[in-house]
Design a protein around this ligand. Structure first.
Ligand SMILES: Cc1cc2nc3c(=O)[nH]c(=O)nc-3n(C[C@H](O)[C@H](O)[C@H](O)COP(=O)(O)OP(=O)(O)OC[C@H]3O[C@@H](n4cnc5c(N)ncnc54)[C@H](O)[C@@H]3O)c2cc1C
Length: 302
């Protein structure tokens, strides 16, 4: 007979890994299931806003994973397709196999939003990228565009500005909505240009990216000569795999209340996947800790 975990933690980013630490401290038998440990936080080249730590997101995540292991969390590295509730237990299906738990912490984070324009799929990996820290080095000394205007776009542009000859930010609104500290840094970089009121129309090239066709309000269409297009157009919660659970959602994000509980008994959620206001590593980790407390109280009552 398969063993039943006290809690299955879905996701191995800051939220899931921190849940693992706290579940261990509550003496709960936990299994963290993730497609990749560290999650989106691995993409943060330099983390400047985690109190008491300065270094890469990947190093921070490796340390948190070690801490979770120290407190007894178990790890399963796999993508899973489905989670359901059967006879009062949660069953997570992956490949041909499954695992069972008495409760769930959903910490699945988000996935990048696509632009759905011509050339985006065709040139993926051939000049189109969704991760500046992963792919930036391929564009040393080249000209690139960054599409988007929020924190991730600003960070990508700043990162690329140190590698590339020129970075052009394409943003549909009239001002960036990133942290002011990032905007100041952008303004201080001579090789970053921001084109406001601009929308990408098509990624052009032959085999590899050679340009980006844009439309700028009041000016019409033009073509930027770029070798790379970094798409930082926001994110959507990774909730497709949860559809059988009947969770209440708001704009695709899981709605949580006290102790990070959801509307389904025994299911808690933490981090970027929830409808919370701030999507950052520190808030994800904080919610991961609270969700573990929620699970502990739920199992005690049970
Ligand atoms: C480029 C970049 C830079 C950033 N820099 C910073 C920064 O400097 N400071 C900061 O505070 N925040 C930063 N952020 C935001 C930060 O990374 C996120 O807020 C944080 O990682 C959210 O944590 P999370 O645990 O909720 O989700 P994530 O870190 O996204 O983790 C989600 C987890 O779920 C797993 N998962 C999802 N679906 C499945 C599935 N079907 N099967 C198996 N596993 C699955 C993933 O593998 C992953 O382990 C940055 C984000 C980006 C993109």
């Amino acid at each position: 007979m398969k063993e039943v975990y006290d809690v299955l933690i879905l996701g191995g980013g800051p939220a899931g890994l921190t849940s693992g630490i706290y579940c261990g401290r509550y003496n709960l038998k936990s299994l963290i299931v993730a497609g990749n440990f560290g999650g989106t936080a691995n993409l943060a080249g330099e983390v400047e806003n985690w109190p008491g730590f300065m270094g890469s997101g990947r190093d921070l995540m490796n340390n948190i994973k070690k801490q979770a292991k120290k407190f007894g969390a178990e790890f399963l590295e796999t993508s899973f397709e489905k989670v359901e509730k059967v006879d009062g237990l949660f069953v997570l299906h992956y490949g041909e196999s499954f695992v069972k738990g008495k409760s769930l912490i959903v910490a699945l984070g988000t996935e990048h939003r696509q632009l759905d324009i011509k050339g985006e799929k065709e040139f993926l990996g051939k000049g189109v990228s969704y991760c500046a820290t992963c792919d930036g080095n391929f564009f040393k000394g080249k000209r690139v565009a960054v599409v988007g205007g929020a924190d991730s776009a600003a960070k990508a542009a700043l990162y690329l500005a140190d590698i590339c000859e020129k970075v052009t930010i394409i943003y549909r609104k009239h001002e960036m909505r990133c942290e002011p500290v990032s905007l100041s840094a952008i303004c201080g970089k001579k090789n970053i240009e921001i084109l406001y009121f601009s929308k990408p129309l098509e990624i052009l090239g032959k085999g590899v990216v050679k340009g980006l066709k844009i439309n700028t309000e009041g000016k019409g269409e033009s073509i930027l000569n770029v070798d790379g297009v970094f798409i930082e157009a926001g994110a959507v919660a990774a909730t497709e795999v949860l559809k059988d659970l009947g969770l209440t959602m708001e704009n695709g994000y899981v709605v949580t209340g006290k102790n990070c509980a959801t509307n389904v008994l025994g299911v808690f959620a933490a981090g970027d996947v929830t409808n919370s206001e701030m999507r950052q590593m520190i808030t994800a980790a904080g919610e991961g800790a609270v969700a573990a407390k929620g699970v502990h109280e739920f199992l005690m009552e049970k």
